[in-house]
Design a binder for this molecule. Structure first.
Ligand code: KG4
Ligand code: ZN
Length: 353
């Protein structure tokens, strides 16, 4: 479905952003120049941990229970009421439909009641445009630049050519990279979410202990694949004597897995940069961007190609509402708002405007 944004002249003023597409409920208020006036994030990890992953129905109910108070709290900190806002934006996709309905429903209701414009924001675009958030870097990158999104739900390499103008260079053919971390961590007996626990364990291990597969390495294009790697770890674990894995062995497997993922990501990013030499910078986003080994290696790849590497602080790498409000400001500056009838789009490829 084509997006039909309505042309609009923005009366520059504070913007409220809402994020509820997965397991973080978040609200933020930004000044029209992008200065953060207030930001709130409520993680649902504790609610989902007993189930070993995000449960959509639990997520939707938790968003519903938390969102209204969270928005009021953010507005209170900003010293503003709904009447002071110039626009209200919410993530409208991609993501879990229940959470998207809660966030967009709230934003539309508030926009209607306060007589403010509404914006339906693409979550992936919000991650991408974070690179241009004022204050993040001394100078915002110019278009085109490259987004490497490494989260629990997405693994994508995208060229960002302007607000609403993106080209997908590569994506995962199977598991998202965060998902691969979480599933591998589970095999090693680590708690959910597995990424941080696996990274900590990997520090104790030998990354060369096991030669694990590196799917698609050196292949054409920028697609990723992680399921073969996960299966190799599963087979390795199954081949061990029954019972809990000895910690040194688990640490060697964790370190070998992390090294394989790092090699895959470095290779795919280097390929992307060779295909699109005109990009000015690379921004990373998503929870996996917290991983020090991965961050360090990607920094080297980008430096070797003579590009800028933008690694936002973790709170702006993972799901947050600052990025939603900022993406809204970029759209408002371009004179675009959405109709209140704009739908939620659980699947919303970044290339679809
Ligand atoms: O972007 P994010 O917070 O949200 C979702 O995608 O929902 O990403 C979460 C993912 C999880 O899969 C988590 O295990 C992974 O990011 N993650 C990490 C690390 N910290 C979080 N993976 C590897 N190393 C880490 N230090
Ligand atoms: Zn995200």
């Amino acid at each position: 479905m084509e997006r039909k944004a309505t042309p609009f002249i923005w009366q520059a003023g504070p913007v409220l952003g809402i994020e509820s597409s997965c397991d973080e409920t978040a609200a933020a208020v930004l000044a029209p120049d992008g200065t953060i006036l207030a930001e709130r994030v409520l993680s649902q990890i504790a609610e989902h941990a007993p189930w070993g992953g995000v449960v959509p129905e639990i997520a939707a109910r938790a968003h519903l229970a938390a969102l209204s108070a969270l928005v009021e709290d953010a507005l209170r900190e900003a010293g503003l009421g709904f009447a002071d806002l110039s626009a209200i934006a919410a993530t409208a996709g991609p993501g879990l439909i229940g959470g998207l309905l809660v966030g967009t429903g709230y934003a539309k209701g508030a926009a209607l009641a306060a007589g403010k414009p509404y914006l339906a924001i693409n979550h992936l675009e919000a991650h991408a445009l974070t690179a241009r958030l004022p204050g993040l870097t001394a100078q915002a990158p110019t278009f085109p630049y490259l987004l490497l999104l490494l989260s629990g739900g997405h693994s994508q390499c995208v060229t960002v050519e302007g607000p609403c103008r993106h080209k997908l260079l590569g994506t995962t053919l199977d598991d998202a990279v965060g998902e691969a971390f979480d599933k591998t961590a589970k095999l090693l007996g680590l708690p959910y979410p597995g990424g941080p626990a696996l990274e900590a364990l990997a520090r104790e291990g030998n990354a060369k202990a096991f030669a694990l597969p590196r799917p698609l390495l050196h292949r054409a294009g920028c697609d990723f694949s992680f399921s073969g790697l996960k299966t190799a770890v599963a087979q390795l674990v199954e081949a061990q004597p029954a019972g809990a894995l000895p910690r040194p062995l688990a640490a060697d497997i964790a370190a070998s897995f992390q090294a394989a993922v790092t090699d895959i990501l470095a290779d795919r990013l280097d390929h992307a940069l060779s295909l699109r030499p005109e990009v000015t910078a690379v921004i990373i986003a998503g929870g996996v961007a917290a991983n020090t080994a991965i961050r360090t290696r990607l920094t080297e790849v980008v430096a070797a190609r003579g590009k800028r590497f933008i690694a936002p602080p973790l709170r702006l790498c993972t799901d947050n509402a600052v990025m939603v409000a900022w993406a809204a400001i970029e759209r408002l500056r371009a004179g675009l708002v959405d109709d209140l009838a704009a739908p939620c789009r659980p699947r919303w490829p970044l290339e679809t405007p």
